[in-house]
Design a protein around this ligand. Structure first.
Ligand code: GDP
Ligand code: GDP
Length: 454
């Protein structure tokens, strides 16, 4: 982001990771100087100008985290939109269009002291094409006479104009109320309501100790044989209490009955793994610490990652590892696990019960990462700093840039980067590594997709 930007601090009360539900995006568009950034400041409740008021300096899209009546949303300030702009101004206009495409609601700002111009009319055409809900704001309605002027903006065909004074605050509460009303409904976050048990897949190649672990858990902790009130549990699943919670180990009937152990070909084993992983939210991949990691082990891990499930890697039979060898084994494991360096690891023994109590906290942590959400404002401020510090290598004479980033979903976390051109796989890996350094996501795969501007 070039231009005279001054990023504001992130909201101190940012508890985005606890917020479960998509954060809607509101884009503010309009010609230069109609008062967009003044309005954005009004919405996010800051007196200080977010953007330095330098005449002739345009700016790129900047998202901020906002809140009104307990509802969170992201507000995206855009540079002035001009339809036939060239060069840099064209890029800004293009970004305003991207902002509109990625928004849930658009606020279109018109200067009521000027009235609707040709440029405003052109913007309306663009907004119509987007099929997004648009709130028409007649800004600079500082007094009652100007408020009446707003009526003339009906001619734009966007419905009732909202007269406000972003500078003095007039009408801004009502505007915020109607922004909230226009936002897509979010599923209510009901706190303290018990959901069903978390679903766990216990997977790994034959003989790593899956049945032994399940038996150990069932013995040491309490196996819950009957169904738990309010849940429906498949008869092939096992309910096990660990560390105060009930967990649903999916598709474990075969493990308990030890059927077809000998006849189970690798093909069927892998189908079975796929089924269990699909039904689960988090997988425990069991490995044998006495053996080198085999291709079959790697395949099981890949199945979990590709299915987008949270991952805990348990090194079983740790009791068999010579204490002198443990330190070297740890290093070996780090190397073997480089591809999934983000996974959570526990070294256990199903036989002696060693560290089996570490399993439940590891599962909880992996699931929390799996459902973690980064607020759009915080994400963009971080990625702007990162990509300015270490830009993408030059491709075809230019270094492609990130225009806007958003977390499109959770379970697993999915990020979308809108960019000026295609990104190298290596640079995306770099972003993922840094994203994890900054925001964690331990125990969960994350997806990053890049959408180059057309
Ligand atoms: P942007 O380019 O659309 O982001 O516009 P700015 O927010 O930078 O505002 C442009 C100019 O209009 C600034 O000098 C603001 O102080 C002024 N302005 C913004 N809102 C109002 C308003 O409600 N009333 C008046 N009188 N001036 C305003
Ligand atoms: P599964 O095929 O993955 O279900 O593996 P099993 O639970 O049948 O275990 C295979 C063999 O490993 C059995 O002989 C177990 O007794 C043994 N085993 C399992 N866990 C451990 C462990 O933690 N330590 C040791 N020493 N042996 C284990």
């Amino acid at each position: 982001f070039e231009g005279g930007l001054v990023f504001s601090d992130t909201d101190g009360s940012d508890d985005s990771s606890e917020f479960s539900g998509p954060v809607p995006v509101v884009a503010v568009v309009g010609r230069p100087n109609v008062g967009k950034s003044t309005l954005v400041n009004r919405i996010i409740g800051r007196r200080q100008a977010v953007v330095e008021d330098v005449a002739g300096v345009t700016r790129d899209r900047v998202p901020y985290d906002a809140q009104w009546n307990g509802r969170r949303f992201t507000v995206v300030d855009t540079g002035g939109w001009e339809p036939d702009a060239r060069d840099r101004a064209a890029a800004i206009a293009n970004q305003a269009e991207i902002a509109v495409q990625t928004a849930d609601v658009v606020i279109f700002v018109v200067d009521v002291t000027v009235g609707a111009t040709d440029v405003d009319e052109a913007a309306v055409k663009m907004l119509r094409r987007s099929h997004k809900p648009v709130i028409l704001v007649a800004n600079k309605a500082d007094n009652q006479n100007l408020e009446l002027e707003a009526v003339s903006l009906w001619q734009l065909g966007l419905g009732e104009p909202f007269p406000i004074s972003a500078l003095h605050g007039r009408g801004s509460g009502d505007l915020l109320d109607s922004i909230l009303a226009a936002l897509p409904p979010t599923p209510p976050v009901i706190e303290g309501t018990p959901r069903g048990p978390r679903r766990v897949a216990l997977v790994g190649r034959p003989n790593v100790g899956k049945s032994s672990l399940l038996n150990r858990l069932a013995k040491e902790e309490r196996a819950v044989v009957d169904s738990v009130a309010g849940t429906t549990v498949d008869p092939v699943d096992s309910l096990v209490e660990m560390d105060g919670d009930i967990w649903q180990f999916v598709d474990t009937a075969g493990l308990r009955k030890r059927v077809n152990q000998a006849s189970g070909t690798e093909y069927y084993a892998s189908l079975r793994t796929a089924g269990a992983v699909e039904a689960a939210e988090v997988a425990v991949v069991l490995l044998d610490s006495g053996d080198v990691i085999s291709e079959q082990d790697q395949r099981v891990i890949s199945q979990v990652v590709e299915a987008g499930r949270a991952l805990v890697v348990a090194y079983n039979k740790w009791d068999l590892v010579d204490p002198d060898r443990r330190i070297f084994l740890d290093k070996e494991i780090d190397r073997d696990m480089k591809r999934v360096a983000w996974s959570i690891r526990v070294n256990i023994s199903a036989k002696t019960g060693r560290a089996v109590d570490k399993l439940a906290p590891a599962l909880r942590k992996a699931l929390a990462s799996w459902e973690q959400r980064v607020a759009t404002g915080a994400l963009n401020q971080w990625i702007t700093a990162l990509t300015q510090g270490t830009p993408h290598p030059v491709r075809g004479g230019r270094a492609p840039r990130v225009l806007f980033a958003t977390q499109a979903g959770v379970a697993p976390p999915r990020f979308v980067l809108f960019t000026t051109g295609p990104f190298d796989a290596g640079y995306i890996r770099f972003i993922e590594r840094k994203l994890r350094e900054e925001f964690g996501f331990e125990g969960s795969p994350i997806e990053i997709s890049v959408k180059p501007r057309k």
